[in-house]
Design a protein around this ligand. Structure first.
Ligand code: MOS
Length: 762
């Protein structure tokens, strides 16, 4: 760290401090404007989508007469009168850029591909009128038998071309089968992870406003460029004619990476009616129309010698997807970098069903994959009689085991050891089912976390006005993560200004293009671009100031000049930055900065963020009720920009882990392909009473190879492995291993009851 810190010492003013959210007051006072609250100059038309009542078949007849005649109704759009759109295209997963930019036609054919697919759009003067009239549309379906159940269609599994994010579908190193056959201790186990839905508080909503041949789309988007491209491709208009505005987003979690029917239909309808159109998906419609995590079957096989040295690792995932468009979550890809073993296999297979496809959902790949795999590692530790942390340490790789390149930084072992010390892991009884407190069984579990670190092509603009106030502009989004705040900190630090001098403006496609919020790359990409833009602005200031003969800055270069405390200093001479700007650039000064997509440091170094989760649970002997008592996550994610917003990201992820372990499951009715528990009453997520005090510790380790700021993504890291730590704690408490998530108490109680009667009888 020695010579690396020197450069960054000059940056530390605001970076690394727990700065409160700069947009916090706007949000808690209701002045942060979200998509559905946006307004237009002309009276707004409200749209309401009618979804299909079957999952596979076609519309034989659709009668909109009564709906069209209902009070306030302006227009009813169906496949018969909707504007022409391009065909959807082939079902195979397109290459990385196209997956975000392909046309996504809605109401374009009589085919029904999934339950609740839009079949009509009612447009009316009020939301209520539109919704009421939607109930008057009469659809006569020709239903066809569909396939809805992954487990009964495994014979149809196929090998996709690639996984999400462009990874190879399979990997194979050495001879796994031989190693497994010869293994002294082995595990051959199957886990299932269920359908899950991300449920951002803000539903998917759009206000579309046309002016001539240009449209402004107010919506909740994670990545503006994707929305722009998706609308352009579907409406067949140039992207330059589309402006996306998304200053505040009420949660995304991957469900707002691309356009969904609300956006396409609002844009089409507003053009048709020549009036602004506003619409939102209902909570129920979100379950069918805005992505989900697919159901998966994970076969995990591990072999080791008696000392716990792994000889073979195999993780084989078969996931549900859609017949009409693939999504192959990269659920075994993390295994390629996690533990050492000479013989290894990872595989992804898909089964196409008559549902919508899964999409990106917080930590695609690791979230379901680690839920299974990190439990399997715990199972192996139990079989070996080796502490699960010790087992992981014995298999810590020196280099990336499949890419055979060094890690940029990797502090998984440090996370586990620090966590063990803080959590009191030494007090854990290795043999399960032995720790009893009153009517409960107590257990401790842990699991590792790994999540790749990315960077995406991103640009930013900074503008300093004559008073030294700075506008930072980029089409990045803040999806609740704290982007406004960290970018304020980065700009203020670089320019040596107070936070109050910086105004960050996000979420407008008129600003420089960014990689947006997704894949945990937001902070690294946009932070680096803002930093570079500010550095460029400083160079311009020094250059222009240095051009004036007689100026104390004459002929100086940036390295000699220090920007701090609102001043610009060379040697003993300092001046207020605002005065210098007022003098050299009375019109203000603007600069751009950018970062490129993953380069050599990404090819030559395996980059990940790491963590270790620790959980203590109490399981009621009488009811099998599972209560979390404590949870700690120790996180190694490079340099931490803001411990407060970073902690919020991690505890959000930990809470998702609790949900994945214990509650979350979207139940797909195998008879008709409908997600039956499609609301927040029936789709259970952890509430405050389910979540104990969560402790987060950061082990800071700036990663010079990641980016100029030494930071790594954390938005998705918290969920990776978190659910496995909960499951492993339940095993330690009860001796019961539930391999079908979520671990609801009905899966524990009968076994527990049988165990107890045996114990009592002996
Ligand atoms: Mo994330 S699931 O890439 O928003």
């Amino acid at each position: 760290m020695s010579n690396a810190t020197t450069k960054h010492d000059t940056l530390k003013t605001h970076i690394g401090l727990s700065v409160d959210r700069v947009d916090g007051v706007l949000k808690v006072t209701g002045r942060a404007v979200y998509a559905y609250e946006q307004t237009a100059n002309d009276p707004v038309v409200f749209g309401y989508i009618l979804g299909a009542g079957i999952a596979r078949g076609r519309i034989r007849a659709i009668d909109t007469t009564r709906a069209s005649a209902a009070p306030g109704v302006l227009h009813v759009m169906t496949y018969r009168n909707a504007p022409a759109q391009p065909a959807f295209g082939p079902p195979v997963m397109p290459k990385v850029p196209e997956v975000f930019t392909r046309p996504r036609p809605v109401l374009s054919t009589d085919r029904i591909r999934y339950y609740d697919e839009p079949v009509a759009l009612v447009l009316a003067e009020t939301f209520e009128a539109a919704r009421g009239a939607a109930g008057l549309v009469k659809v006569d379906y020709e239903s066809e038998a569909g396939a809805y159940d992954l487990s009964t269609h495994l014979a149809d599994a196929y090998r996709p071309e690639r996984t999400n994010a462009g990874f190879q579908t399979d990997s194979k190193i050495g001879d796994f089968d031989a190693a497994f056959t010869a293994g002294e201790v082995k595990l051959d186990t199957v886990y299932t992870t269920p359908y899950e839905h991300h449920n951002p508080m803000e539903p998917h909503a759009t206000l579309a406003v046309w002016s001539g041949d240009e449209v402004t789309i107010y919506t909740g988007a994670q990545t503006l460029a994707n929305f722009r491209a998706g609308i352009a491709a579907t409406l067949q208009i140039p992207p330059e004619k589309i402006r996306i505005v998304s200053p505040f987003v009420g949660g995304g979690f991957g469900s707002k990476l691309i356009v969904h029917p609300d956006t396409i239909l609002a844009a089409l309808a507003a053009r048709e009616l020549k009036r602004p159109v506003k619409m939102a998906l209902t909570r129920q419609q979100m379950f069918a129309n805005a992505g989900h995590r697919a159901k998966m079957i994970h076969s995990v096989r591990l072999s080791a010698n008696a000392e716990g040295q792994l000889s073979g690792i195999s993780h084989d995932v078969c996931a549900a997807t859609s017949r009409f468009e693939e999504f192959c979550e990269q659920s075994a890809v993390f295994v390629r970098s996690l533990y050492a073993a000479p013989n290894r296999v990872t595989r992804h297979r898909l089964v196409g069903l008559d549902t919508n496809r899964g999409e990106w959902m917080r930590s695609p790949g690791e979230a379901p994959g680690m839920l299974a795999f990190e439990c399997a590692v715990d199972e192996l530790a139990d079989k070996l009689g080796i502490d699960p942390i010790e087992l992981r340490i014995r298999n810590e790789p020196a280099v990336d085991p499949e890419r055979n390149i060094p890690f940029s930084t990797r502090n998984l072992v440090a996370c586990m050891e620090e966590g063990a010390r803080r959590f009191g892991w030494a007090q854990r009884t290795a043999k399960p089912g032995l720790t009893r407190e009153g009517g409960t069984l107590i257990g401790m579990g842990m699991a590792a976390a790994i999540r790749p670190n990315y960077i995406g092509a991103t640009a930013a603009r900074v503008r300093m006005d004559r008073d030294g106030k700075v506008d930072v502009q980029l089409d990045m989004t803040d999806i609740g993560t704290g982007t406004y705040t960290i970018l304020t900190q980065i700009a203020a630090t670089s320019l040596g200004l107070p936070l109050s001098a910086i105004r960050v403006q996000l979420g407008d496609s008129r600003f420089p293009r960014t990689a947006g919020s997704g894949g945990s790359w937001g902070a690294a990409s946009s932070g680096s671009a803002v930093h570079n833009a500010c550095e460029s602005l400083k160079q311009d200031i020094v250059r222009i100031a240095g051009e004036a003969q007689g100026s104390p800055f004459y002929g100086s270069d940036t390295a000699q000049v220090n920007f701090a405390n609102g001043e610009i200093r060379i040697g003993d001479h300092s001046e207020k930055l605002a005065e210098v700007i007022g003098h050299i650039a009375p019109e203000g000064l603007e600069a751009q900065g950018a970062v490129e997509a993953a380069g050599d440091n990404y090819r030559n170094y395996s980059q990940h963020a790491y963590g270790a989760h620790f959980v203590e649970v109490a399981v009621s002997i009488d009811t099998a009720e599972i209560r979390l008592r404590r949870m700690l996550s120790v996180i190694g994610a490079g340099r931490i920009l803001n411990p407060k917003t970073a902690r919020s990201q991690i505890i959000g992820g930990m809470t998702w882990g609790i949900g994945a372990a214990l509650m979350e499951e979207s139940v797909l009715d195998p008879r008709n392909g409908c997600f039956v528990n499609h609301d927040l009453a029936e789709y259970h997520v952890p509430v405050n009473a389910d979540v104990p005090d969560l402790d987060v510790v950061f082990l800071e380790e700036p990663d010079r190879r990641a980016n100029v700021l030494g930071i790594k993504g954390i938005g998705e890291l918290g969920v990776c492995g978190a659910g496995a730590a909960v499951a492993n704690a339940i095993f330690n408490a009860t001796g019961i291993r539930v391999r079908e998530f979520p671990i609801t108490l009905d899966k524990i109680l009968p076994i527990l009851a049988a165990q107890m009667s045996t114990t009592n009888g002996s």
